[in-house]
Structure formats: C-alpha cells, structure tokens
Design a protein around this ligand. Structure first.
Ligand code: SF4
Length: 665
C-alpha cells in the first residue's frame, strides 16, 4: 500500500512531475509558486489564532464560550459588533500581549486585519442559525472538535491501494442547514482557487469515507477582497467524484517510483509555475514522452518491414504526448469547458489522449465532443480528430507523425498466444493500446462481415490480410476460399494459392451462380449433420468427417448489382448464408466502397453480424455501416472502427507482406 498526505496529492495537482521530484527527495518542490501574496504569516495565524480560538469556542467551560453563548441566546441586534468585541477582549488582547514583541509591525497589522475577517466570517456563519433557531441550538455543537488528523484508504479495483491522510483547519456544524462544514483558511487571495477547492474536496472525501456524510466546504481568503468561497454539498459531490482519477494517477507515479521505472508525466497546466521552477531545464528529459522512446526501442528490434513507416499525411508534430495534452487542456480551458488529463496511450498510428469533463463546472461530454474542429485547428490536423466517450473518459485520437509499421506476419507472431483455436480466425487489427484483436468466423457473434470504406481506406488490403491470415493457419482441406472480384485487381497474386477453390470470379452472373451453389451446399451439409445427429460443422468434424470451412470474400459488392433482379438474387443468397451459414461452416465477407442505403440495404446489414467501417466520406455512410458517426473522421490506410456484435473499437489493420503470401504457395 502507498501512503500520501493531502499536501502531496495537492502538489500532484499543481504538477505531477513535482510529485515525482518530491518522491525522489527534492525539497524545493514545496517552494515553487507559493510566494505569499501579502505579508500575513499564514501558518502562524493558523496555529496561534484559528486553532486555539476554535478550541476555546468548542469548550463550554471557557470564559469565551460563555460570553459568546450569552449574546447568541440573547438574539442581540448588534450581534456582529458584539461578537467581535468579545473575541477581541477575551482572546485577541491576550494573543497580542504574548506575541507583539516577537512580530514585526507589518505582521501585526496583517494578523489584526485577518483576525477581523475571521471574526466576521464566524459571525456571518452564526447569524442565520441564531435568527432561524432562536435558543434551539447549542454553541458547542457548532464548534465541533473532532480529530484533526484523518486518514482513509483508497482501494481501486485493480492495483495498489493508497492511504491518504490530512489535517484540516477546522470543522463547524451548521445546525440550521444540518450540514458539516469543512473550513480552510488561506493567508493569501484567491489566485489558485482550483487547487484550494480540490484540497477541500480531499478533506471532504476523507470525512465522507470516515463518517458517511459529505460536508459543505468554506474557504476563507484572509487577504484580498474576495474572501469567502462556499462549496455546496452538490458541488462537493462533483468534486469528490473526480478524485479517484487523481488517486489513480498518483498511484501510477508511486508505482513507477517504487519500481524505479520511467514514467511519462504531463507538464503542469500552469505555465506561470514553470517560469519559477528549478526543474524547468530538465523535467521534459526526465518525465516527457517516455512511452514514445520505449516503444520505438521495442519495435525497432522486432519490425522487419520498415517501408511501411511513413510520415505523409500526419501533418502536425503531434508525437510529444505532454505537449499534446497541454494543447488540449489549454484549449478546453480557454473555451470555458475545463477538462482533466486522464492519461494517454501511444499506439502504432495514434496517440489516444484521455480527458474527463470537469462536471463541477457543468461541462458535459456533448460540450466537449462538439469541439473537434477547434481541436483540429489548435493541433494543426488534416481533419477533425475522432472523439468518443469511453468507460470513464473521453478519447481523442491524434495521428502520430512517425508511425510504427504493422505487418501481418509480425502481428500474428506477437499475438499467437491469443489466437482462437479455429481454422477461420484472423487478427483484424491492433487496438490503440497495442492489443491485437482476433475475429473468429466460427464464433456465433461474428460469422459474417460487412466491410465499408472509400477508395484508399485500405479495404482491399484488409480483405487480403484476412484471407492470408486464415490460410496461413489452415490446410486447403480445412479451409476453402471463394474470391469474387468484379474489379479484377484485388486478388490477382492470390489466384494460385491452394485454398482458392476456383478461378477468381469477376463476372456477375458467375458470382450469383456461385452464391446459389453455396446455398445448396449449405443445405446439403445440414442434411448430412441431421443424418449424423450433430448440430453443426464442429460436431460433424468431431465425428471424424473431413469437411472444410468455406469463406466467400466479395470485393466491391456494389459492382455486382447491375439490375433489380440481380440485387434481389444476391440479397436472397446473402440472407440465407448469413442466417444459416455459420453452423454449416460457410461464411461471407462482403466489402463495398459505396456504403449507401441503396447498396447496404437493411436486409444485407442484418445478415452480416460484424461491421467494419474504414474511412468513409460522410457521416451517413458511417451510420449505415456501424449505426453511428465516426468513420468519417478516420484517416484511411487501414484505420477502422469495428462494431455490430461487439462494442465499437478503433483498430489499425495490418499489411500482408510478400513473405506472408509466399508462405501459402
Ligand atoms: S517546469 Fe513546469 S512542468 Fe516541469 S516540473 Fe516544473 S512545474 Fe512541472
């Protein structure tokens, strides 16, 4: 278990790199950005005035308590003035006698002023209670004095737990509103109110964990004009709900520190802080872009085909993750939709930035996702980035300037351990987090596939990759392929692999005829299964029968539709194969570069379970394939969204190399 106190978490909020420096023993971190705005000695005021005064008011035996209690019960019209007089005569004069010799004049003046403000706040706090409750309250209940040092443990579902401790300034109980109030005094003005709010939120979290009650917050700024800031319980709930993200982030930093591993940490969002930071000259070297360096090193040793590395249309210099997140956070702050940094993942083609809306400022997902064009301009992108709500965050995918090659052979090699035990399984692509996603046509959720994407989207490469991956892992007697290619060019070099059952079909009539034959084949397989009392091809094979899976791949389905009759015939065959093909071991992969409603009819769509959207030109094209927008934001060349029988995922498809094809011949 890790241990941190509230100040350390607070430091992490200012700049997570400063927390990392603190963990390595750097003491200077506490001095950065903490210049007093005025001459009030904050800690001294807290220790010598706030704490003793609060204690005296909480104890029924003190002279001060008795005097204040008397004016409270008397409903004095001059309550505020009387309250100040009592506190001055019963407390402040004693304080002055004790400390006036040791303090200089400016300190004494600022302490006197702060004391008045402190008293004014307390009387304002008491007045509504007195006015509304008459004598039905007890002063000792208001100046509640529980333990000041409090600690609780944050236990995330995964990973190490974090023990958090903190010492709050004071707690009051608002007996009229029946609210616990956590009070924080600041010996400065409201120049860093976001940090102060989070600090009070941390104390509120600790108190809620311990008592089950979420307090209200009051921050009192003892210098400057804008002195009191109230955080209602509703607002506090929003703040507290955001804290687990911060705790997770600090756990990552603590884990990296404990294991002495490099970690990438974003720069502080406060550019002013960096101007006075002694680590400014080297913090980028130590905590910037580690994942990038690591991945480059890892991949350099594994990848064989460096030709696919390119920098063509990824125009911006977006590979610096820390700069990227700074740009994103700053933009949303400027647009008055503040967000939190929730981490990033560096994939082969994209950096996925994760952000969380600041719900305490009423920022919603919709307000953020409609800013894609603003991000396009801010990050100098060729097109608006894809932004999607995910579990616990919003993802923003930014193309990398330098892309990592992704060859089919390499993908199959690294993902061999996770390959499904099936003759019709293939790796469809790599997710942004680097995980390879396999599709198994023998799985009832994904027996047939619809692929849509414009010219240049990587559609034909994807089809080739699918068929080559399956053929590498299956003998011709286990897998038969029918290739239909009205364009004549997609599978030219694959015509002589032994798995292809016939010549590549380029003619509409032959294609329709072939689909009809496969429907008949499917029916005869069902008859054979019935005779052998098995349900499907798996059961039939288990009984010792040699029977191959049969996969039909159609590249450019739209070109097969020449009239209404062929369309009807094709749709009838697709419907029958889509509905009953899986059990018989017959599967359909249908691709089109015209994913419009005329080509991809509801009948076609309903019978092809897995949907793959490559880059398309319009939102409506994306809606037709995956029932949601997004594919219009893809960048082409194998960048895809898969959906349908599984949650939407963004993947990068691999490229089959000549070496992969040669393995089949
Ligand atoms: S220079 Fe800025 S980003 Fe770097 S450690 Fe200091 S405050 Fe953090």
């Amino acid at each position: 278990m890790h241990n941190l106190n509230v100040s350390e978490i607070h430091l992490c909020q200012r700049c997570s790199r400063l927390l990392a420096y603190h963990l390595s023993g750097e003491k200077q971190v506490w001095r950065i950005g903490l210049k007093r705005s005025e001459s009030l000695p904050g800690k001294f005021f807290h220790d010598k005035i706030v704490q003793p005064l609060h204690k005296k008011l909480a104890s029924t035996r003190t002279r001060l308590f008795k005097a204040v209690n008397t004016i409270c019960q008397a409903s004095d019209h001059n309550f505020k003035i009387r309250f100040l007089e009592i506190l001055e005569s019963n407390f402040f004069l004693n304080f002055m006698q004790k400390h006036s010799q040791s303090l200089d004049t400016s300190d004494l003046l600022s302490i006197g002023k702060a004391f008045e403000q402190w008293c004014a706040f307390l009387s304002e706090f008491l007045l509504p209670i007195i006015q509304n409750m008459g004598d039905q309250f007890s002063l000792s209940e208001i100046f509640y004095l529980p333990e000041q040092l409090i600690s609780q443990t944050y236990n995330p579902e995964s990973g190490k737990s974090l023990k958090i401790s903190g010492k709050y300034d004071a707690i009051l109980f608002d007996t009229f509103h029946k609210e616990i109030v956590i009070l924080e005094c600041k010996g400065r003005d409201r120049d860093r109110s976001d940090e102060d709010i989070t600090q009070v939120g941390l104390y509120a979290w600790l108190i809620e964990q311990k008592t089950g009650i979420l307090p209200r917050g009051e921050i009192l700024y003892l210098t400057g004009a804008d002195q009191r800031y109230t955080i209602s319980p509703t607002k506090m709930r929003d703040i507290v709900n955001q804290l687990p993200h911060m705790f997770d982030h600090t756990i990552q930093i603590l884990d990296a520190h404990t294991n002495q591993k490099p970690i990438h940490l974003p720069r502080s969002a406060d550019a002013q802080l960096c101007t006075e930071c002694p680590f400014a000259s080297h913090c980028d070297t130590e905590y910037g872009d580690v994942s990038e360096k690591t991945k480059n090193t890892d991949n350099a040793s594994n990848n064989t085909d460096d030709k696919s590395r390119n920098t063509d249309d990824a125009s911006p210099n977006t590979d610096d993750e820390s700069k990227g997140i700074d740009t994103i956070i700053n933009l949303f702050n400027m647009l008055k939709t503040p967000v939190f940094d929730a981490g990033s993942i560096c994939g082969p083609r994209f950096i996925r930035y994760k952000i969380k809306p600041d719900h305490s400022k009423s920022v919603t997902v919709a307000k953020i996702t409609k800013r894609a064009q603003d991000l396009q301009i801010a990050m100098n992108l060729a097109q608006p980035p894809l932004m999607q709500s995910q579990a616990g965050y919003i993802s923003i995918d930014i193309p990398r300037k330098v892309r990592q090659p992704l060859t089919l052979g390499e993908v199959m090699r690294v993902a061999e351990d996770t390959r499904p035990n099936s003759k019709v399984a293939f790796p469809i692509g790599m997710a942004i987090d680097g995980k390879i996603v396999w599709i198994n046509l023998n799985d009832p959720a994904t027996p047939s596939i619809l692929v849509g994407g414009t010219s240049g989207s990587g559609k034909s490469v994807l089809l080739r990759s699918i068929l080559i991956a399956m053929a590498i892992n299956a003998k011709p007697e286990e897998l038969q392929l029918t290739l239909i290619d009205p364009k004549h060019v997609s599978f030219l070099d694959l015509s002589d692999i032994p798995h292809v059952d016939d010549d590549i079909i380029v003619d509409n009539a032959i294609a329709i005829d072939k689909l009809g034959q496969l429907v008949d084949e499917m029916e005869s397989r069902y008859a054979a299964f019935k005779a052998d009392q098995v349900f499907d091809i798996n059961g039939y094979q288990e009984k010792g029968h040699q029977i191959a899976h049969h996969v039909v791949i159609i590249d450019e389905y739209a070109d097969l539709i020449i009239d209404k009759q062929t369309k009807t015939d094709l749709e009838t065959a697709i419907q029958r194969l889509g509905q009953k093909g899986r059990a018989a071991g017959i599967h359909l992969i249908l691709a089109t570069q015209r994913p419009d409603a005329r080509v991809v009819t509801p009948l076609v769509k309903a019978n092809l379970q897995l949907k793959v959207a490559l880059k398309v030109t319009t939102v409506s094209n994306s809606n037709i394939i995956i029932d949601q927008p997004g594919a219009e934001c893809l960048i082409g060349k194998g960048d895809m969204l898969i959906a349908g029988s599984m949650p939407v995922k963004r993947l990068q498809g691999p490229i089959p190399s000549k070496t992969d094809i040669d393995k089949l011949k």
